[in-house]
Design a protein around this ligand. Structure first.
Ligand SMILES: [Zn+2]
Length: 418
């Protein structure tokens, strides 16, 4: 077990997790919350203090920095996001370190009802002897993604202090608003300037992910005919009834999130709002393959057209919007970034796991915009809720993985990067 990074990773995670930097999907600003700037400015200052070059807060509120290469090689980027999830209380996080976990149930000082048990969380049972970090029971921890931030800051500090380690140029980016899908703009590949990159935003040790969903969203609007209900006979067209018909006609038993897993896609109604005169239905469409995603869009349009045909006096429209694409479409053409990480992982004695992500990452959009970007493990577990925890030793393995990847990328660590 690696020891040399443990204390630094623990200290960094405890310090960063105590800073509230939750994002807010209802805010139109960038970053979505002012408080994210507390993390971004702190990281900018710390990067400068440890000697990183070109440290900058970009116009998109991303902190970028350079670790100059010690040998020639491709420029490798690394990303982590500073925001924490909006789904659970993130104010007043009190991180707590459990040294040398004994394998038993973990209780929480601020919520006596809450228990994190190795029976329910088998991955926890593998961590006996590890130093674990949790929150206190009433908040999330924010290891998603401050574990990633801590790993990258530790790697950066280590490389800047040990210039005998052979690696090419490295670019670091700390992004805001990943949790609300707004962390990566089309400008970011230019600001990052990397040949390929990695997000440090995965979970269990070994995860090297290069497949995400392809994603569209759809908005259906229904305009009925409004009139006083007492005078409505033969005249009123109730938009709510038409919305119900659409919902009823969409596949429920075969194609919703609650009945699918693995490589299956889904159509998910996220919102339904309105009344008898007007209704709006919002949906998200997800599949790993483009043909299937397009078929989902066609299906939603067909259902709308069918219901429209039953009531010509109503106006039903359906718009479909692009969200993100499966990063595999680009990575399968050049698996170098994935292969480097897999080789590095095996050298650490860990068998790599590449499970398709039933969602998207900052890397999905970055890859689509031109910078191939798989996702690496950090150790974070039970994210977005009060049971969230991470093992310090898992974070240390992720740090070792990144250090090995940058040496392999420069062709200086055994196998050439090719
Ligand atoms: Zn994350």
């Amino acid at each position: 077990m690696q020891k040399k990074f443990d204390q630094e990773l623990e200290d960094r995670l405890v310090r960063y997790a105590s800073i509230d930097s939750q994002s807010d999907e209802n805010s139109p600003t960038t970053p979505s919350t002012e408080i994210q700037l507390n993390m971004l400015n702190l990281l900018k200052q710390e990067l400068t203090e440890i000697g990183a070059q070109d440290v900058e807060l970009t116009g998109d509120s991303v902190v970028v920095a350079t670790i100059p290469g010690t040998v020639p090689g491709p420029t490798v980027g690394f990303l982590a996001h500073v925001d924490t999830a909006p789904q659970f209380n993130a104010t007043g996080v009190k991180p707590r370190v459990i040294k040398g976990y004994n394998g038993g149930d973990i209780s929480f000082p601020d919520d006596p009802e809450l228990v994190l048990s190795p029976e329910e969380h088998p991955y926890l049972a593998e961590k006996i002897g590890h130093d674990l970090i949790t929150a206190s029971g009433t908040t999330l921890l924010g290891a998603d993604d401050k574990a990633g931030v801590s790993i990258l800051m530790t790697m950066t500090r280590h490389l800047l202090e040990n210039k005998d380690i052979p690696h090419g140029p490295i670019r670091i980016a700390f992004t805001p608003d990943e949790e609300i899908g707004r962390g990566v703009t089309e400008q970011l590949p230019k600001d990052l300037g990397a040949d390929f990159a990695y997000t440090l935003d995965g979970q269990e040790v070994g995860e090297i992910e290069y497949e995400s969903f392809s994603a569209d969203r759809a908005v259906i609007r229904i305009e009925g005919v409004s009139i006083h209900p007492g005078l409505a006979k033969g005249k009123m067209v109730n938009a709510a009834h038409l919305a119900a018909k659409i919902v009823q006609t969409l596949p429920q038993a075969t194609m919703t999130p609650e009945v699918t897993d693995g490589r299956e896609g889904f159509i998910h109604i996220t919102d339904m709002n309105g009344g008898s005169s007007e209704m709006e239905i919002k949906l998200i469409l997800r599949d790993f393959e483009m043909e299937a995603l397009e078929a989902q869009g066609d299906l939603v349009r067909q259902v709308c057209a069918t219901v429209q045909a039953t009531e010509p006096r109503a106006v039903i429209t359906c718009e479909i919007y692009h969200q993100y694409r499966n990063m595999r479409y680009w990575l399968e053409k050049d698996m170098t970034p994935v292969d480097l990480a897999r080789d590095a992982c095996r050298e650490l004695g860990i068998e790599p796991l590449s499970v398709p992500i039933r969602g998207g990452t900052d890397g999905s959009r970055l890859t689509e915009f031109g910078t191939p970007c798989p996702n690496l493990f950090t150790g974070m577990q039970c994210i977005h809720g009060p049971l969230e925890w991470v093992s310090v030793q898992d974070m240390a393995l992720a740090t070792e993985l990144c250090l090995s990847v940058v040496q392999k990328a420069a062709g200086t660590d055994g196998n050439s990067a090719g």
